[in-house]
Design a protein around this ligand. Structure first.
Ligand code: AMP
Ligand code: ZN
Length: 471
């Protein structure tokens, strides 16, 4: 039984999709005015693993992630760079696509853009206005929070507390400081669209209500995002969607913990961030993902370079086994393969992931599996092709397919690159030996490498090597 922690009910619940075998999932995506940081990356990877696990379980997943391509920050950036807003957004949408691909995050089925859904947004605001849930003041349309029964049910806040805690805003147009903009009146020189309330642009919250409704329906299974979005963004989405459609909006709300630096949320505004793009220049996606998966998706994760280093080190165990598999599977044999309890490991992996996507536990299962395999390989003279095939299948489905901490498609694992570095180091040593006229040592290095299946080839400029193919 798959259970998920639902922010709405504040407990773990059995996951039951609306349509059997189908999962409709929406995730709040980036505001595209900058490269995303590794904190955003954590949320994208968390959603990716959840989506991949549903697929592993045989669900047909429709995964939608919006792109916020109209917003104050985008307009500001375009102003600074003296370009049109769509120039800014296109640049960062392209960068976003590149970076999530490098992070091995699977592509969403749809990436709807706010600017391409103005019609749907206007329609929803009109419905809210007709129902008395929205009001227009001089071309600015606000949501009337007090008119929606149930405001605060996601975040556990109540209207009275919120109002007394709210800053006294200097906005005489709003009935209550909690009311929020659905439609913003156009300002000179800013992107704008025609509407029944005059030219303007949509507010942020309504984009997600309108786009999720269009692509996933009025009620869908899962809505996800970082913890910072619970209030007010997701609370407002519920008020808009349920207010407009008179139907439950989302059955399961999933929220991701922050990635912190020195116990402080990594954020663009605080300036304490590393872009995913920069980190990916130094670390493989698998190391970043291993670091993320070692903490539960809902809890905070303190980020440091040391932790990333040790995650990278942890990958060596996986890469070493991968090299053994690659080597052993070069030659097929009909050997039935040594007995091995694969079912036990699949069951343990699924038990972990079924428990609200407990990735730390699932990662532990993968590493136990690797240890057991190494033991079997060491103790068995010929484990057999079939054994290696099943080992690879397990790792492909779990470590690669769900967690994304391995990649069987890359030619060179870090184990292989270590091998390359070592051979090159020995070639340098041999060169030094020759310079010192220590021909005995130089020959010894050549002969030992040859015995290990590595043939050195000397030319005038340099020494190269090639691996001797096994017959
Ligand atoms: P943004 O581009 O800021 O709207 O954020 C995109 C996604 O990243 C949202 O789901 C945010 O909740 C999430 N997010 C932002 N900062 C962090 C952080 N430090 N740790 C984890 N997730 C974050
Ligand atoms: Zn959203």
């Amino acid at each position: 039984m798959l259970t998920v922690y639902n922010t709405l009910t504040k407990r773990k619940e059995e996951f039951k999709p609306i349509v059997p075998s189908n999962v409709k999932m929406y995730m709040c995506g980036p505001t595209v005015y900058n490269y995303f940081h590794i904190g955003n990356g954590r949320s994208f990877v968390s959603a990716d693993i959840i989506r991949r696990y549903f697929e592993y379980k045989g669900y047909n997943v429709k995964f939608v992630m919006n792109l916020t391509d109209i917003d104050d920050k985008i307009i500001k950036k375009a102003g600074e760079e003296k370009v049109e807003t769509n120039k800014v957004t296109q640049k960062y949408i392209d960068a976003f696509m590149e970076d999530i691909a490098k992070l091995k995050v699977k592509k969403a089925d749809i990436y709807p853009k706010a600017t391409e859904h103005i019609e749907e947004i206007i329609k929803m605001i009109k419905t809210l206005e007709e129902k008395g849930l929205a009001y227009n003041v001089n071309g600015n349309v606000f949501y009337n929070v007090k008119m929606f029964n149930g405001y605060g049910k996601l975040s556990g806040k109540n209207i009275e507390d919120l109002e007394s805690g709210a800053r006294i805003e200097i906005n005489e147009e709003k009935n209550s400081p909690l009311d929020f903009a659905l439609w913003k009146k156009a300002k000179e020189g800013e992107p704008q669209w025609e509407s029944p309330w005059g030219n303007g642009r949509p507010g942020w919250h309504i984009e997600c209500s309108a786009m999720s409704c269009k692509h996933l329906g009025e009620t869908f299974d899962i809505h996800a995002g970082g913890n910072d979005l619970i209030f007010p963004h997701h609370e407002n989405e519920i008020a808009q969607s349920e207010g407009a459609n008179d139907k439950p909006f989302v059955n399961y709300w999933l929220h991701f913990g922050f990635l912190n630096i020195n116990d402080e949320k990594m954020s663009k505004s605080l300036g304490n961030f590393f872009t995913a793009r920069d980190i990916l220049k130094v670390y493989p996606a698998e190391a970043i993902r291993l670091l993320f998966t070692q903490t539960n998706y809902g809890g905070p994760l303190n980020f440091s370079e040391e932790l990333l280093q040790s995650a990278k080190k942890g990958l060596e165990k996986l890469d070493n086994l991968k090299s053994k598999i690659d080597e052993a599977m070069k030659v097929e044999d009909s050997n039935q393969g040594v007995e091995f309890g694969f079912d036990k490991f699949y069951a343990a992996f699924e038990k972990a992931m079924d428990d609200d996507f407990n990735t730390p536990q699932a990662v532990a299962v993968v590493f136990d599996f690797v240890r057991e395999c190494n033991k079997t390989i060491a103790e068995t003279e010929k484990p057999g092709y079939k054994f290696y095939h099943l080992v690879k299948e397990f790792l492909t489905r779990t470590a690669e397919g769900v967690l994304g901490i391995m990649d069987f498609n890359t030619k060179e694992s870090s184990g292989a690159s270590l091998e390359k570095d070592l051979i090159e180091f020995l070639i340098t040593l041999r060169l030094d030996a020759k310079k010192n006229k220590n021909y005995a040592l130089a020959d010894k290095i050549r002969n030992e490498l040859n015995a290990l299946g590595v043939e050195l080839q000397d030319s005038k400029e340099k020494t190269t090597y090639k691996k001797i193919e096994a017959n």
